[in-house]
Design a binder for this molecule. Structure first.
Ligand code: AMP
Length: 525
């Protein structure tokens, strides 16, 4: 049994050395190569001073070197931090500073996007460029050849050590880093291996970006089984027709993505059962898949097992529902199902009891999948990772998901919505407060309200209403530009409306319900 994520690779490299492990951007590497390159990079990282628990950033578009780097950091005893290559420089700088990244693995193009202030935080940069670029301040990838390939550095890591940190949107205006240990991730990987029976002949797609927890299944379950993972680039994922052709050409057997990616395929890729003929399992998670699209999916992939997976980054997937095709016709709402193995999930009612059948409450999760909390944010951690007061005999923590659920007679949980203003759009987790902070940081802005308008295809559309200190001093485009320097593209409001004064409730708060109603009535952008 593996207790460290990198052991999944060592095991498969011994069993299937010549088999293709990772494919990306037209190149692939075998299990032996993945093992050897990650050993070499791990030695290089150690030489650069990376020691146990040190954070190493990965800041470059998804490619074969991404997976080599993830494993190398773990082998060096470090903690990898995948940084969204499409995020604005300010946000990247914040993440690098927040978790104190020591070494940054990047490429020449991406490095140029970073400010001198950000670069001053890191000790050094390692370049993933295959060809030498002459940039003396970066350690070239070719230096890997100078380090031993046949063994990893000797670092005594244990399963409760951190493996990686994933940054998600934060309500107070800054992203927050969810800390994930080897045991957290392996609890999920082990459950997946059993439930989906992943085997060495499988070909898994990796649709999600690597800073998104959906990618954990694609990469580590492929390694666990000795299967191949096919990395789908950010560019390819924008074109449904090309994506469908990719699935067919690469004969993908297991697909995992957010529902909105599936919806776009269903709506724009002219799918046929033949095109999806190789797929045996379709997994989706991260947001609600409307029933009408699920029915279409079931028709177009008549033999595939379909699973609705639920869970926040803080626990990874913690409940699941295997779609019962015979129930589909009469089903009104898709359940999020029951707890995964080695995880307990229960709803807590407003009066503090564990919800019984027919009752609703906030979903809480306990078990080895639950995060320690947020990097360098004790206060936020205390609010979300709380003592399990149902356990009287010893101290234990549980995670409050903030999601409202109902436990139905069929034994399944059903997702009802959020307690707070976190939303999903195109599968991305977004705190509306982070966008409001970005708008309010403009000196000309007096008040800002960001609203989520439910949408069947993308989950939610984002709109904003803003009042200015000096009327007519700014245009919506100025504010769009200001925001795009602060938040990633997927968080940008598609419409910013200016008004003299935001409407208030009787208690003097911004009347968001009224604004939302008005915004929902406006035509789509
Ligand atoms: P993330 O941390 O990005 O995975 O987002 C976690 C949040 O996404 C959860 O707290 C839920 O609000 C939502 N979510 C995840 N999976 C599902 C699902 N299958 N159905 C509905 N909402 C989901």
């Amino acid at each position: 049994m593996a207790y460290l994520l990198q052991q999944l690779l060592s095991k498969s490299a011994k069993k299937y050395p010549g088999k293709e492990a990772v494919w990306g951007r037209g190149r692939s590497i075998t299990y032996r190569e993945l093992d050897e390159r990650s050993n070499q990079l791990a030695h290089l990282l150690r030489k650069q001073g990376v020691s146990k628990g040190d954070r190493v950033g990965l800041f470059f578009p998804k490619c074969v070197e991404s997976v080599i780097s993830m494993l190398a950091v773990l082998k060096a005893g470090g903690v990898y931090v995948p940084v969204d290559p499409q995020a604005p420089a300010d946000r990247v700088g914040y993440i690098i500073g927040n978790c104190g990244i020591r070494v940054l693995i990047t490429d020449h193009e991406m490095r140029q996007l970073l400010s001198p202030k950000t670069l001053a935080i890191v000790d050094c940069c390692v370049s993933t460029d295959q060809a030498e670029n002459g940039h003396s301040s970066m350690i070239p990838w070719s230096q890997l050849a100078e380090f031993p390939a046949d063994h990893a550095p000797n670092v005594p890591s244990i399963e409760t050590d951190l493996a990686y940190i994933l940054y998600t949107s934060g309500s107070t205006g800054k992203p927050k880093g969810v800390m994930v240990t080897h045991r957290n991730a392996l609890t999920f990987v082990e459950w997946c291996a059993e439930e989906f029976q992943v085997h060495s002949q499988d070909r898994l797609s990796n649709h999600a970006p690597l800073h998104f927890d959906l990618s954990v299944f694609d990469v580590y379950n492929a390694l666990e089984a000795g299967a191949t993972v096919y990395l789908i680039t950010e560019e390819l994922s924008l074109f449904p027709t090309s994506l469908a052709a990719f699935i067919q050409e690469k004969e993908i057997t297991i697909w995992y993505s957010v529902p909105s990616a599936l919806t776009l395929l269903l709506l724009h890729a002219r799918l046929t059962p033949e095109k999806l003929g190789s797929i045996r399992t379709i997994l989706f998670a991260g947001e609600v898949l409307p029933m009408k699209y699920l029915r279409q999916l079931a028709e177009i992939a008549p033999k595939a097992d379909l699973y609705n997976l639920y869970g926040p980054t803080e626990t990874n997937v913690c409940t699941y529902y295997k779609v019962e095709r015979e129930r589909l016709a009469g089903m009104e709402k898709l359940p999020i199902g029951i707890a995964c193995a080695n995880t307990e999930a229960f709803a807590v009612t407003d009066d503090g009891r564990i919800a019984g059948v027919g009752e609703s409450g906030e979903l809480h999760v306990r078990g080895p999948a639950v995060t320690y909390g947020y990097w360098a944010d004790v206060e936020k951690t205390r609010k979300m990772v709380v003592p399990n007061h149902f356990q009287e005999n010893f101290e234990e923590k549980m995670y409050r998901t903030g999601d409202l659920v109902t436990l139905n007679e069929d034994g399944n949980f059903y997702f009802q919505g959020r307690r707070d203003s976190m939303i999903k759009s195109r599968g991305y987790r977004i705190e509306l407060g982070e966008i409001e902070s970005a708008l309010l940081s403009h000196p000309g802005v007096k008040e800002a309200a960001v609203l989520a308008i439910p949408d069947e295809v993308v989950g939610n559309r984002i709109r904003a209403v803003v009042s200015l200190n000096v009327p007519d001093s700014l245009k919506p485009l100025d504010l769009q530009q200001h925001c795009s320097a602060k938040v990633p593209k997927y968080m940008l409001p598609e419409l910013i409306e200016l008004c003299e004064e935001l409407p208030k409730t009787s208690t003097g708060k911004i009347d968001r319900d009224r604004l939302k109603e008005a915004a929902a009535a406006l035509p789509m952008a």
